[in-house]
Unconditional design. Structure first.
Length: 343
């Protein structure tokens, strides 16, 4: 019952926002149209005053002059109303900017207040709805966040940021089919959005659709040749596909962009070991430990490199280090060492 009441409240609130937005637009349009008519009428009075003046008809001139003065006052009042609405729009934009600033520093409650303030001033701005949705998502109010992103789309059906954030929400909730659908909408309206292609690749990879993942990651790299995440992800996919040379090619590019990230060196060591480039595998695994000394899996790759080189004692020594550092590896390490000793 509480959920139903909450949903009814949300529907009512969105309905009110829509109505206010409609009235806001109608007010601006109608005032502008009225202003144009008044200006046109005043111009007619100017012509009538000119004609009366030319005819030397002072009474006629004064009569029209009264109408001219009256309509001029109406025009000035109307301009002030339109200007006030313009100031309101500026206030709405400022609230969006303030909301984005609060998002950047993690003050999501304050960000939400600013986006709500913006919507109270201009209920038709899709940027405010997207900001509101992001703040709500950060506050773990996923249903209202979804509604905000969808509302943004109703006001601008080509707004790629709204689709991106809606897709990301579904991805975070493990609703992959919906996420993929909306990420494809993103690239439909913004074909240069490398992050959307990366996310598409990420979901395909997660679901073991590796070839589709490779295509998406390559598209992201085509758009942005310095996109670290895409090279890193593509390298890992290539290891899964057994194409270790391609994996090495992409992981080496990732290292050039972000050399201090330990995990790249780990996967690079793994790929080197898979093609028996043992010295390079040792170097990459040690680089991994340089940036994260507690990453036990790096010792697995060091052990594998020594095993590939025929140095069984060194291999066992490093496998043991891995098992000691991470108990989750202990069972595999014991099995591996027993196999080595029985050969």
């Amino acid at each position: 019952m509480k959920v139903l009441k909450k949903n009814n409240f949300i529907i009512t609130l969105l309905g009110l926002i829509f109505v206010v937005g409609f009235l806001y637009a109608q007010t601006v349009d109608s005032l502008t149209e009225e202003l144009e008519k008044l200006v046109q009428k005043r111009n007619e009075y100017v012509q009538e005053m000119q004609n009366a003046n030319d005819a030397g008809n002072l009474d006629a001139y004064n009569t029209v002059k009264e109408k001219y003065d009256s309509i001029s006052k109406e025009i000035d009042d109307l301009k002030n109303k339109i200007l006030a609405l313009g100031n309101q729009e500026q206030q709405a934009k400022k609230a969006i900017n303030d909301g984005n600033d609060f998002l950047r520093v993690g003050q999501y409650d304050k960000a939400l207040e600013e986006f709500n303030q913006s919507l109270s001033l201009n209920p038709e701005n899709p940027k405010a709805y997207v900001g509101r949705g992001i703040a709500l998502k950060k506050l773990r109010n996923y249903e209202d966040a979804r509604a905000a992103f969808e509302q943004a789309i109703t006001y601008d059906s080509t707004y790629s940021s709204a689709y991106y954030n809606l897709a990301s929400l579904y991805s975070d909730l493990d609703k992959d089919s919906k996420a993929i659908n909306f990420f494809h909408k993103v690239v439909k309206y913004d074909s240069t959005n490398e992050r959307a292609y990366y996310q598409i690749g990420y979901i395909y990879n997660k679901n073991k659709e590796y070839k589709k993942a490779v295509s998406a990651f390559n598209k992201a790299i085509e758009i942005n040749p310095n996109y670290f995440n895409a090279y890193y992800a593509l390298g890992k996919v290539m290891i899964d596909l057994g194409d270790n040379n391609k994996a090495i090619e992409n992981l080496e590019k990732a290292v050039m962009i972000k050399p201090n990230y330990y995990a790249i060196h780990y996967y690079l060591a793994k790929a080197y070991n898979n093609v028996r480039r043992s010295q390079q595998a040792l170097s990459a695994a040690n680089d991994c430990l340089k940036y994260n000394k507690d990453f036990a899996n790096a010792y697995i790759e060091i052990g594998q490199a020594y095993e590939n080189m025929g140095n069984i004692n060194k291999a066992i020594e490093n496998y043991n280090k891995a098992g000691t550092m991470d108990v989750r590896l202990k069972k595999w390490v014991d099995w591996k060492i027993n196999n080595l000793r029985s050969e």
